[in-house]
Ligand binder design. Structure first.
Ligand SMILES: Cc1ncc(COP(=O)(O)O)c(C=O)c1O
Length: 446
C-alpha cells in the first residue's frame, strides 16, 4: 500500500472535518500508517513530528506501552456495557480519581468535547428548573470562545466561520468581552485587561442574571481564538460575579486540562472552584474518545428525587465506555509515574531555547507561552496574509512537522515526551515553514 492509492480511496469516500473538501484537489490529505512517540509515519516511511498533539489530545506520545497494556487487559475483561442500569470498575475508579483531582465529586460521561459542553449547559439550565427558577435558561460566553460545534455547543461558540451557516438553528448565547491580554491598551497590564473584561461581565450580569443559567469560559487560554491567554485574576473576578449574581461557572477545560497550561487544570491557577468542569481531549492520552462533566454535590442533589423527570436523563450509547475509562486511568497513572508536571517545567525550558530564533523573528509579535502551549502572531506587514494558515501548514509538512496555525497565529502544543532532538526538529521546522510562507507571500505581492 502506498500513499497515492490511500489518497485516491480516501478522496472517494471520506468526508474530512474542518475542511473544504475541494481543497484536497491541490492539497491531498496525508495518509498516516502508524505512529510512535512524537512521530507520525506515512505509507512511504516519511515521518512528521506531531507538534500539535493531534488536535491537542496526545499527551504522552503515540502508542504508549502503559496505555496499550491497560487497553489490552481491559479488552480481555469487559469491552463495553451500557452505563444505564449497570456500572463497572474503570468508570468507578475514574470518577473517584477525577473527583479527587478537581474537588467535584460527580462525573457524567460523554464521548467528545462538544457533548461535554452540551451536558454542562443542559445540566445547568435543568438545575435552575429543578430549583424553581426555569427562567434561568440563557448562557453567556466570551468573545472568540470555542466550545464545540454541535448545535447546542455552537450557541456558546463565538467563531463565525463555524457558526454562520447554522445561525437559524442556534439559540444564540450572549457574548461578553474576552480578557485576551493582547487587547491591552498602551500602559495596561494583562491584569488591567482582565479587570476591564470583568467589569463588562459585571454590567452584563447586572441586567441579565435573572435569565442566565451559566457563564462558560476556557480558563487561562482561549485556544481556538488563536491561543488567547489571559490573567488568572479574570477567573477570580468571574467566580465572584457568578456567586454574587447566582449564575453557574462552567470551566471548559477540554483543551486546557491535564497539564497543558502547567497545572493539572488551568482554573487551579486562579485558586477557584467552578460549578462544572468539562474534560475531554487529553483525558485518554489521545487514544479513545471520552469526555466527562464534573459537578458539585449541590447540583447533583437538585436532581436526586422520586420524580423521574427531575433526573438528568441525557444519554449516549457509549457513555462511560470501559475501554475509554481504562485508557483515562492509565493516562492519569502516567502523570504520577513520570512526574509529568514537574518534568514539563524543564521540558518547556528546552523548547523555549529551541524556539528562540522563531520568537526573535522580525515578523513575530506577541510571542507567548503558558505551560506547554507556545504561540506567536505573524505580523501581516502592509497587506493581509491570504490563506497564511493553510500555506504554513503545508510548508511545515514539507519540513516533517505537523503544525496548523489559527489565522495568523502559529502555535505549538507538543506531547509531553519531547527530547532535545525532537524539540530542535520542531523549532527548526516551524521557523523554516514561516520563512517559506513569507517568501511565497512576498512573491504573490510583487
Ligand atoms: C475548549 C474546547 N471546547 C470544546 C471543544 C470541542 O471538542 P471536540 O472537538 O472533541 O468536540 C474543543 C475542541 O477543540 C475545545 O478546544
Amino acid at each position: 500500500m502506498d500513499n497515492l492509492s490511500m489518497i485516491e480511496r480516501s478522496q472517494r469516500h471520506v468526508w474530512h472535518p474542518c475542511t473544504q473538501m475541494k481543497l484536497h484537489e491541490s492539497q491531498p490529505p496525508v495518509p498516516i500508517a502508524r505512529a510512535e512517540g512524537v512521530w507520525l509515519y506515512d505509507f512511504e516511511g516519511k515521518r512528521y513530528l506531531d507538534g500539535i498533539s493531534s488536535w491537542w489530545v496526545n499527551l504522552f506520545g503515540h502508542s504508549h506501552s502503559h496505555i496499550k497494556a491497560a487497553l489490552v487487559d481491559q479488552l480481555d475483561r469487559l469491552d463495553h456495557i451500557m452505563l444505564a442500569g449497570f456500572t463497572h470498575r474503570p468508570v468507578i475508579a475514574l470518577s473517584e480519581r477525577l473527583g479527587a483531582l478537581t474537588g467535584l465529586g460527580h462525573a457524567f460521561y460523554g464521548s467528545d468535547g462538544a457533548s461535554a459542553t452540551e451536558i454542562a449547559l443542559k445540566m445547568s439550565a435543568h438545575y435552575w428548573r429543578n430549583t424553581g427558577r426555569p427562567e434561568k435558561c440563557r448562557f453567556v460566553g466570551l468573545a472568540g470562545g470555542y466550545h464545540g460545534e454541535t448545535v447546542g455547543a455552537l450557541a456558546v461558540t463565538d467563531i463565525p466561520i463555524f457558526r454562520a451557516a447554522y445561525a437559524p438553528l442556534v439559540r444564540l448565547a450572549a457574548t461578553v468581552a474576552s480578557p485576551d491580554a493582547r487587547g491591552a491598551l498602551p500602559g495596561e497590564s494583562a491584569a488591567d485587561v482582565a479587570s476591564r473584561a470583568a467589569a463588562a461581565l459585571q454590567s452584563w450580569l447586572e441586567q441579565h442574571h435573572a435569565q442566565t443559567a451559566a457563564l462558560i469560559v476556557e480558563p487561562m487560554v482561549q485556544c481556538a481564538a488563536g491561543m488567547a491567554m489571559h490573567d488568572a485574576s479574570y477567573l477570580r473576578q468571574a467566580r465572584a460575579l457568578c456567586d454574587r449574581y447566582e449564575v453557574h461557572l462552567i470551566a471548559d477545560e477540554i483543551a486546557t486540562g491535564f497539564g497543558r497550561t502547567g497545572t493539572m487544570f488551568a482554573h487551579q491557577q486562579a485558586g477557584i472552584r467552578p460549578d462544572f468542569i468539562c474534560l475531554s481531549k487529553g483525558l485518554t492520552g489521545g487514544t479513545l474518545p471520552l469526555s466527562a462533566v464534573l459537578t458539585t454535590d449541590t447540583v447533583y442533589d437538585a436532581f436526586y428525587d422520586d420524580d423521574v423527570s427531575r433526573g438528568f436523563l441525557h444519554s449516549h450509547s457509549y457513555t462511560g465506555n470501559p475501554l475509554a475509562c481504562r485508557a483515562a486511568l492509565a493516562t492519569l497513572e502516567l502523570f504520577d509515574q513520570t512526574n509529568a508536571l514537574a518534568r514539563n517545567i524543564e521540558l518547556a525550558k528546552t523548547l523555549d531555547c529551541a524556539f528562540a530564533p522563531l520568537t526573535r523573528h522580525a515578523r513575530i509579535r506577541n510571542a507567548r507561552r503558558l505551560g506547554m502551549i507556545w504561540a506567536w502572531d505573524v505580523d501581516p506587514g502592509n497587506t493581509p496574509l491570504p490563506h497564511f494558515a493553510r500555506r504554513f501548514a503545508q510548508h511545515a509538512l514539507g519540513h516533517g512537522v505537523l503544525l496548523r496555525p489559527i489565522g495568523n497565529t502559529v502555535y505549538a502544543m507538543p506531547p509531553y515526551v519531547m527530547d532535545a532532538d525532537s524539540a530542535d526538529h520542531l523549532a527548526r521546522g516551524a521557523l523554516a515553514a514561516l520563512e517559506d510562507t513569507l517568501a511565497e507571500e512576498s512573491l504573490a505581492h510583487v
